[in-house]
Design a protein around this ligand. Structure first.
Ligand code: ADP
Ligand code: MG
Length: 241
């Protein structure tokens, strides 16, 4: 579904991603872990060209992204849902309006159809009763579940998560991870940057450890957590586990 081919990203003279090569298969759940500043967010943002690669290529569903014009690029971006640490909901719209706006305005989905889909998605994330609420009246965990539902409203083929639970109070982490777990079980293709090692161990098909702009370790959760091959991975895991 996604192929990352010799991806490099440089900010000024800071080489943030150094020759990244990866493939994400349909239905695969890839969890990216690593210390702060190792390039995890930049990698995720390069996947949908929110960040333009310095060199290398991102191939999404068979199409190379770097050469595309904005129109074509935006069409493909619709297929990649993204959820950030900060929920970024539209504050002046209700929950339901947040879910409907992109399908209606960007994709031209008829209002009634978008409405039905939005209501179904709110059920899926356990927030049917919040359809008419404004984001500011919701808890952080609820807002993040709305943000996930909003991304799903575009019918993405892959969901990208950048530390979706890092800004939450501890008691709200579980409800967001549960929604993500449901998505895994529904077969969604997912790339997830997280510090939630429980999620990584239970849900990931593959765990990638990044450090200093490199992919240092890449394997099944059991392999990476229990038999890390590299000292840097062992040091990182010793600190967080
Ligand atoms: P992580 O998500 O693993 O914490 P990031 O991808 O956010 O790491 O950042 C990796 C490095 O790239 C850091 O040194 C950061 O300062 C730098 N960086 C990220 N975004 C930018 C930017 N827009 N401009 C300049 N430097 C950036
Ligand atoms: Mg980050």
């Amino acid at each position: 579904m996604i192929k990352i081919d010799h991806l490099k990203k440089v900010f000024g003279n800071n080489e943030v991603l150094k020759d990244i090569n990866q493939e994400v298969k349909k239905g695969e759940v890839v969890v990216i872990i690593g210390p702060s500043g190792s390039g995890k967010s930049t990698l995720l943002r390069c996947l949908n060209l929110l960040e333009k690669p310095t060199s290398g290529e991102i191939i999404f569903e068979g199409t190379a992204l770097t050469g595309l014009n904005e129109t074509k690029l935006n069409q493909l971006r619709e297929k990649m849902g993204m959820v950030f640490q900060s929920f970024n909901l539209f504050p002046h719209m209700t929950v339901l309006e947040n879910l409907k706006v992109a399908p209606v305005k960007v994709k031209g989905v008829p209002d009634a159809e978008a409405q039905k889909h939005a209501i179904r998605l709110l059920e899926q994330v356990g927030l049917s009763d919040k359809a008419d609420a404004y984001p500011s009246s919701l808890s952080g965990g609820q807002q993040q579940r709305v943000a996930i539902a909003r991304a799903l409203a575009m019918d993405p083929d892959v969901m990208l998560f950048d530390e979706p639970t890092s800004a939450l109070d501890p008691e709200m982490v579980g409800e967001v991870l549960k929604v993500m777990q449901d998505l895994v079980e529904m077969g969604m293709t997912m790339v997830v940057v997280t510090h939630e090692m429980g999620f990584a161990k239970e849900m990931a098909d593959r765990v990638i450890f990044m450090d200093g702009g490199y992919i240092v370790e890449d394997g099944k959760p059991d392999q990476v957590f229990n038999y890390p091959q590299h000292q840097r991975t062992q040091d990182f895991l010793a600190k967080i586990l």
